[in-house]
Design a protein around this ligand. Structure first.
Ligand SMILES: [Zn+2]
Length: 202
């Protein structure tokens, strides 16, 4: 029954299921690896050169960035492993589009659960887009209107960002979809809301 419902969900929000494609694309361009299905969604990890470029270069003994000129002696000295790896602009980057997401390799279970919340939100947007595009196609008697409008589903996230700013908040961190994902999966007092809820309905 559960798998049947998931298939129905996948059909009703088929655009979100297309989200499987972009992790595959990241793998094809050697930016991600370790594909696995989690609750029907395709998860991959960024490859190390994306998240920790300097550390990765160091590991493969690439000379760039491994040496620095000493301020005291003026000589070139070898930089310790840890300090080479300090600049990691992408270290926190985990991202979801539809039913596909890419994780920082250092991300733990909490981030995985967080991105899964976003995949569910994307199913909601896709279903909403299917409802209004079906209605518009029926009114205009034109199936192409359905296809054109159905693919506008990612735009449904924009009002969340706009309203977050209009409420005086931050673009992403104070959007309601982000607050929802954090509230459900961040560990507070030893447990996340999701874990407490799962225990309650068991
Ligand atoms: Zn998020």
């Amino acid at each position: 029954m559960k798998i049947f419902l998931r298939i129905v969900l996948g059909i009703l929000s088929w655009q979100a299921v297309l989200g499987w494609l972009w992790p595959l694309f990241l793998m094809a361009i050697y930016a991600a690896h370790k594909p696995r299905f989690v609750e029907g969604c395709l998860a991959v990890d960024w490859r190390p050169w994306v998240t920790t470029p300097r550390e990765f270069l160091h590991r493969i003994n690439w000379p760039a960035g491994m040496y620095t000129r000493s301020e005291l002696s003026g000589k070139w000295i070898r930089v310790a492993h840890k300090s080479v790896a300090t600049a990691r602009p992408w270290t926190g980057l985990s991202l979801t589009i539809g039913w596909g997401f890419v994780l920082n390799p250092r991300a733990g279970r909490r981030v995985l659960r967080h991105e899964l919340v976003h995949t569910r939100q994307h199913s909601d947007y896709a279903l909403a887009a299917n409802i209004y595009s079906s209605a518009a196609a029926a009114v205009h008697q034109d199936p192409w209107i359905y296809l054109g409008l159905a693919l506008t589903w990612p735009l449904l996230i924009l009002p969340n960002f706009i309203n977050a700013v209009l409420r005086g908040g931050r673009f992403n961190l104070d959007s309601e979809h982000e607050r929802s994902a954090r509230a459900q999966t961040d560990i507070i007092g030893g447990e996340s809301w999701e874990q407490v809820e799962a225990r309650r309905i068991r």
